[in-house]
Design a protein. Structure first.
Length: 125
């Protein structure tokens, strides 16, 4: 949960680096909270009949859009890559697979052009 909160504190910080653990823990909690919001929409009868989710899910998803992009860009920085790699996701078939491989790859050891190695900084408080 500390990693999720760390990403939220750095919601608009597109500089620096994010280690794999930070990225994937944010991803995990984001999925869990998204599912909870969709379930709550359905329990309260707020879900749109066509989609199965409603305003709580939509508000949560829109709120997490910028922090999600920010942590992804910082993850790319940890690999020594530009944040523009985000757009490879729009390449049909191979784009998403390539991004999955990238976010699973260990970051550069030591400092790189985007900052210090986040593994050397330790766990978030």
């Amino acid at each position: 949960m500390n990693w999720y909160l760390k990403v939220l504190r750095q919601a608009t910080d597109f500089n620096g680096r994010a280690r794999r653990q930070e990225y994937w823990m944010f991803f995990l909690f984001n999925i869990l909270f998204s599912i909870a919001a969709a379930i709550l929409d359905n329990i309260l009868g707020l879900a749109f009949p066509q989609t199965g989710y409603g305003p709580m899910y939509v508000i949560y998803a829109l709120t997490m859009l910028v922090p999600g992009i920010a942590v992804f860009i910082r993850r790319m920085h940890d690999l020594g890559k530009s944040g523009w790699w985000f757009f490879i996701a729009f390449v049909p078939l191979v784009g998403g697979i390539w991004l999955l491989i990238l976010v699973c790859t260990e970051g550069n050891k030591g400092p790189n052009e985007y900052g210090e190695d986040p593994k050397e900084e330790g766990e978030p408080a």
